[in-house]
Ligand binder design. Structure first.
Ligand SMILES: [Ca+2]
Ligand SMILES: [Ca+2]
Ligand SMILES: [Zn+2]
Length: 424
């Protein structure tokens, strides 16, 4: 077994302890229930759901969605930073890092994917959706895809009494850009009497254009600015999952003490789960045993590694192929989600190269140690800017790659066992 001493070491693989959290991860379902009180929004949301399910009921559609696609879908994002103080006015680097994390997770390039339960390995999906900061604004002008808006300290954006106020300039927030061309993400303060009790919320396909998008509490947007176990940018991955139609993996039927196994997240390969995880990573829990329709004689454990559970960020590592198929069912049937796939907004190049210069965490090298094949994944927009060199312990170059791709493999079979240094 060869050993590699890495210059770029990540904390992704460490599984956070089962520390209790005070904040609830996600307010998507309560907000959805509230929006459903509006008859027009309710009709649109239900239309979107039935159109998607109808599309997915065609086995050919499902088979095509699950397999490798001919093109990667690119979603232009506009981030509305609505801040009441300098800390909430998060730096560009934190925003770009979050976009990178979205890309890692939706492309299954997250290094902690390797830590998922073995029986789930083959159903983990490269969703083949990528995200970028938008390059053209609604008026046709170049943009960084980042809008900054100062709000008075008295402004309230909590989803209990001030739901969606962050989404409108008239209520101290910022108006959305057209939801058929941009994924709107608002980053701001949803605290309630000074307590951040929710990390984020999102709207489902079919939502009113005035409300469609994702809202994230400032410190949970990006990487390493919030306290563990919610410090690795997975809140935004979870919420963008909702934006593409994902329900919680436990199907929100966990009221009562014993939990329930008879509701569905409308995805067949995610095991039934009686209750949400508690910001932990208990891979042994198996709360339901009624998954034979998909799993046959196997009774899989709860898939706590799924982005749509409430596990610790270090635990959340996968979407399934069934979830990918459901996402595509909305992409191909909901008018707004469908047209964003061919959005003219493009990807921002303004300032991006300078921003990337600040990052050490865009290169992922695994497994470590390794016997023969080493994987090097890059989550940088232009990996060809990078070269990679592997040095022996005495400083001699033993392998080098002139230009990297997003995903690279290096064959180390011809090297003797030992300690090596990988340099970007
Ligand atoms: Ca399921
Ligand atoms: Ca089970
Ligand atoms: Zn959620």
């Amino acid at each position: 077994m060869k050993k590699l001493l890495l210059t770029l070491c990540l904390g992704f693989l460490s599984i956070a302890s089962s520390k209790a959290q005070t904040a609830d991860k996600c307010a998507t379902m309560p907000v959805y229930m509230e929006h459903m009180q509006n008859p027009a929004i309710k009709a649109s949301l239900m239309n979107a759901e039935s159109a998607a399910r109808n599309w997915l009921s065609n086995p050919l559609n499902k088979a095509n969605a699950v397999k490798k696609q001919s093109t990667i879908i690119v979603i232009p994002v506009v981030v509305h930073v609505v801040y009441k103080n300098t800390i909430q006015n998060i730096p560009d680097s934190q925003i770009v890092r979050q976009i990178q994390i979205l890309n890692e997770c939706f492309r299954r390039q997250n290094p902690n994917f390797a830590a998922t339960t073995a029986m789930f390995d083959t159903i983990g999906a490269d969703v083949e959706i990528q995200f970028c900061l938008a390059g053209i604004d609604p008026q046709g002008n170049p943009t960084t895809g980042i809008i900054r808006k100062s709000a008075p300290s008295s402004a309230s954006f909590d989803p209990i009494f001030n739901m969606d106020k962050i989404k409108s300039s008239a209520t101290n927030g910022d108006d959305p850009w057209p939801n058929d061309k941009y994924l709107n993400i608002w980053v701001g303060d949803m605290s309630f009497f000074g307590t951040a009790f929710v990390l984020g919320y999102a709207t489902f396909p079919g939502e009113s254009p005035a409300l469609d998008g994702v809202v994230i509490q400032s410190e949970y947007f990006g990487y390493g600015t919030a306290a563990a176990p919610n410090n690795l940018g997975r809140t935004t991955v979870h919420e963008v999952g909702h934006y593409f139609g994902m329900r919680h993996i436990w199907a929100d039927d966990d009221s009562g003490s014993s939990g329930q196994c008879d509701s569905t997240d409308f995805v067949d390969d995610t095991p039934n789960q009686a209750a949400k995880s508690q910001s932990d990573c208990n891979l042994a829990v198996n709360s339901c045993s009624n998954e034979a329709a998909y799993w046959g004689g196997i009774d899989p454990p709860d898939m706590v590694e799924n982005y749509m559970d409430y596990s610790a960020d270090g635990c959340m590592a996968m979407f399934t192929k069934g979830q990918k198929a459901r996402m595509y069912s909305f992409l191909y049937t909901d008018p707004a989600r469908n047209s964003i796939m061919s959005s003219p907004a493009g990807c921002s190049t303004v300032g991006i190269k300078e921003l990337y210069a600040d990052f050490g965490n865009y290169l992922f090298v695994y497994p470590n140690p390794t016997a023969d094949i080493l994987h090097i994944n890059v989550t940088k927009i232009t990996p060809s800017d990078l070269k990679c060199e592997i040095y022996g312990i005495n400083g001699q170059v033993v392998k080098s790659m002139k230009q990297l791709d997003f995903q690279n493999t290096v064959d180390l079979t011809d090297l003797p066992n030992g300690i090596y240094v990988v340099l970007k």
